[in-house]
Design a protein around this ligand. Structure first.
Ligand SMILES: Cc1cc2nc3c(=O)[nH]c(=O)nc-3n(C[C@H](O)[C@H](O)[C@H](O)COP(=O)(O)O)c2cc1C
Length: 355
């Protein structure tokens, strides 16, 4: 989880024997190398480095010019309202282009001889995948449809990560638009279809919050279950405190939605005022990471004010299940990992029906 699962999370979870992931997408090559070496100095367990790979084909998602003009001015006036509400007076400047590429980050993964590499948003080239595998790296990639799973298999990846629509954070969809051209299959529907369609092992992700969810994923034919949102409130997570509190807030019952409004790419977030106001102009927002960068100072201000209505609250559909996870008792990722392992020993209970 980029910006949330960083060094501390990886070390703690890996030391409990689970496969942790360094959400490295927004790290420069230099930062990535530093993180990898820091983690390696604190654990001998394998861990994954996760990056955002470029989409193999361009995906067009532009409204007509007339629509675009009116939506742009709608965005500007909505932003002006939000700024007024937050008494935010700073100048918002056009974000700079990143001075590194996926290729630069991948070079570090190769040089540091990372055992497991995972990616989302697209796919490395066949040559890149082969050079990782020749370097003794296992390569796994995220998909949201059977077509994408077959595409990755044909490119030669080792494992498929099947991301159901319940998942928190960004959609990994890369062969179609999200959500217009994508059916957004749930984990329950997606995993068995992919298991039947490809020969390589499948990892299930999305909507898994306890032993029941893990057992369900394995019963569908997945070889592993991958959990995201559940780790966000932990002490080791780099999510900010306001976000952590929002995830556990029992006083509100906000739904989640998939929208570009928070970051510039389709992403499942808790629907707060920010999302309600910006979602109608989704199609004219700058793409990730530029919308995020453009809004950065405004989000930081809202955070300082303790106002969770104007910060991105990435979360999976099952985030309310966190209320049933004994996080007061297990606030650390290591203890949470132990709890998840203990959950697996428990038999799944269901009420018997009598006819
Ligand atoms: C805050 C957040 C950040 C995420 N960042 C990434 C990422 O950088 N790379 C990635 O492959 N998946 C990312 N994901 C998706 C997760 O890997 C996973 O698919 C998802 O969390 C599973 O669903 P769940 O949230 O219901 O557990 C992110 C998810 C969240 C909640």
């Amino acid at each position: 989880m980029a910006r949330a699962s960083m060094d501390d999370m990886v070390v703690t979870v890996a030391n409990e024997g689970l496969l942790a992931s360094l959400g490295a997408a927004y790290l420069s090559p230099k930062e990535l190398r530093t993180s990898i070496r820091n983690i390696q100095s604190k654990t001998h367990q394998p861990f994954q480095v996760n990056l955002q790979a470029p989409a193999p084909f361009p995906i067009v998602d532009n409204p007509s010019t007339i629509d675009s003009q009116s939506l742009h001015s709608q965005f500007e006036s909505t932003l002006a309202q939000i700024k007024k509400e937050l008494s935010f007076n700073k100048e918002m400047s056009e974000p700079k282009k990143l001075d590194y590429t996926f290729e630069d980050q991948l070079k570090v993964v190769l040089e540091e001889k990372i055992r497991i590499f995972s990616f989302t948003f697209g796919c490395p080239t066949k040559e890149q995948i082969e050079s990782l595998q020749n370097n003794n790296t296992i390569v796994m990639g995220t998909v949201t449809s059977v077509e994408e799973a077959k595409f990755l298999e044909s490119r030669g990846v080792d494992y498929i990560i099947a991301q159901g629509s319940e998942s928190g954070g960004h959609r990994g969809t890369f062969l179609t638009n999200v959500p217009q051209g994508s059916e957004m299959l749930s984990t329950l529907a997606l995993v068995p279809q992919i298991v039947d369609a490809v020969k390589i092992p499948v990892i299930a992700t999305g909507g898994i919050y306890d032993g029941r969810g893990i057992h369900a994923a394995l019963s569908l034919g997945a070889s592993l279950a991958s959990l995201g949102t559940i780790f966000l409130p932990c002490k080791e997570s780099s999510a900010n405190d306001l976000w952590k509190r929002a995830l556990l807030d029992r006083t509100k019952n906000r739904p989640t939605v998939v929208t570009r409004a928070a970051t510039g790419r389709h992403c499942r977030v808790i629907k707060n005022t920010l999302i309600e106001k910006i979602s109608p102009v989704n199609s004219v927002l700058r793409p990730l990471p530029y919308h995020n960068a453009y809004m950065k100072d405004l989000y930081a201000d809202a955070q300082k004010q303790g106002n969770d209505e104007y910060i991105p609250l990435l979360a999976g559909q099952g985030y309310r299940s966190l209320r049933n996870v004994p996080l007061e008792k297990y606030p650390n990722a290591g203890e949470l990992a132990k709890w998840l392992i203990s959950e697996l020993q428990k038999p799944v209970k269901s009420k018997r029906l009598e006819f």
